[in-house]
Design a protein around this ligand. Structure first.
Ligand SMILES: *Cc1c(COP(=O)(O)O)cnc(C)c1O
Length: 421
């Protein structure tokens, strides 16, 4: 694709965009009377128009039916989490048995660590990224401590090379090859939240498994962003939130993937709750926990129906648009953003995200140095919403379901103006 830095080109790309109709299915914050340039979908996705109706429907059922809503609502609450299972499975490349919507992201990560981090005397370490999301690090450190180890010793970090920001595959593989015998678990973000680097999960799963390590993935920045194939890539477990690219609303209910090979692994240690109990006999209120097969067996509580309703609405949009089409547009949209940034003559920011589209999703991370506060002000004054991470990284993520090439073009103008001010 040859891009051009002019408004006609951006307009033409929008006209040709098969997903352009989806923009209208989302509610945009406005700035100065028009839609904001919303490039923060990696932080909080916009609200699908259908969400309000779905929530009202459940409020209505509750008003009308009370407790009977569990069975008699149009979408019975007893089964509600199952209404998102197939869509979620398609989204992450899994079988329905392998996924469940439950809890929130960090809770799910803990539940998975309880089951899949099984340290032994020889093999007790966890390998993470040096710039792992703080919550992931806290979760890992606390689990390690729970087993009586010292995070200083038991948590290993993959670091970029001197002077680089992203990880190098050869380094990852060599590290696992060298230290794998001591590593119980490799845990990566499938797109790093800070740098935007995306990993080939199949390749890392292979390296981890060769050395007998479990491979878990945090898909907070991958779900709804990349085409995923968790089953085929042999990822052992995965967790994600639904409020970023998945547009299911602030604090939305999270997702969890457990590979089919563990569907009947009832001997794995796990924290149990009644919703994970075999559905046939759950309401017999027995004393023995009899887990459901597959990911559902990790559920604890009866789930929040309003959050599930919002997730159902948002997943339907993805299902209709198809992740293949979303990703196809994303490569072009982010490629256009990269092109425009690179065509700014002044060297005032560095794109730290890899330029290979296979190694990134929608997000570009820009290192902006000391000018960060001025740039953030420039964004605010020009109707741009994107996010800033200390000390000097601006993350820009045009979400393909609702962002246009024209948005990207306008963002380029704002950056150009800033560079020349
Ligand atoms: C967004 C994000 C989180 C947030 O965790 P919550 O439990 O949803 O608050 C954790 N880890 C990563 C990698 C994230 O990107």
């Amino acid at each position: 694709m040859t891009f051009a830095n002019d408004i006609e080109f951006a307009r033409l790309m929008d006209e040709k965009d098969p997903l352009r109709v989806y923009r209208d299915e989302f509610l945009f914050p406005t700035r100065g009377g028009s839609d904001a340039i919303y490039f923060a979908g990696n932080s909080l996705g916009l609200q699908p128009r259908t969400v309000g109706g779905y929530l009202l429907e459940e409020l209505g059922e509750w008003a009308k039916l009370g407790v009977e809503g569990h069975f008699q609502a149009r979408h019975p609450w007893l089964l509600y989490h199952e209404f998102v299972t197939d869509m979620m499975a398609r989204l992450v490349g899994a079988t329905p048995l392998e996924v469940v919507a439950m809890n929130s992201l960090t809770v799910n990560l803990h539940l998975m660590l309880v089951s899949f981090y099984k340290p032994t005397k020889e093999r007790y370490k966890i390998l993470i990224e040096s710039d792992a999301f703080p919550s992931d690090r806290y979760a890992v450190n606390s689990q390690v401590k729970l087993h009586g180890y010292d995070p200083q010793d038991a948590v290993l970090e993959l670091k970029p090379r001197e002077g680089e920001t992203c990880l190098n595959y050869d380094d990852i593989e060599q590290f696992i090859e060298k230290h794998g015998d001591e590593i119980a678990l490799v845990l990566l973000g499938d797109v790093n939240y800070l740098t935007g680097q995306a990993f080939d999960l199949g390749r890392i799963a292979f390296a981890a498994h060769e050395k007998g390590c479990v491979f878990g993935v945090n898909l907070a920045h991958g779900a709804g962003n990349l085409r995923l194939n968790l089953h085929g890539d042999e990822v052992d477990f995965g967790v994600w939130c639904s409020y970023k690219y998945l547009n299911a609303g602030p604090g939305g209910i999270a997702g969890c993937f457990v590979h089919e090979k563990y569907a009947d692994a009832f001997d794995l240690p796990r924290l149990a709750g009644w919703w994970g109990h075999n559905k046939e006999t759950r309401f017999e209120m027995g004393k023995e926990f009899d887990p459901s097969p597959g990911a559902e067996g990790w559920q604890l509580s009866n789930p929040p129906i309003f959050q599930l309703a919002a997730l159902r609405a948002s997943l339907e949009v993805f299902d209709k648009a198809s992740m293949t089409a979303v990703r196809k547009k994303s490569v072009l949209l982010t490629g256009y953003l990269e092109f425009l940034l690179n065509s700014i003559p002044k060297d005032f920011c560095t794109i730290v995200t890899p330029s290979d589209p296979d190694q990134r999703g929608a997000q570009l991370s820009l290192k902006v140095g000391k000018q960060a506060p001025q740039l953030v002000r420039q964004f605010r004054d020009n109707g741009v919403i994107c996010d800033f991470r200390e000390p000097d990284i601006v993350r820009v993520a045009p979400a393909p379901l609702y962002c246009s090439f024209y948005d990207v073009y306008k963002f380029g103008l704002v950056m150009n103006k800033f560079a020349n001010s």
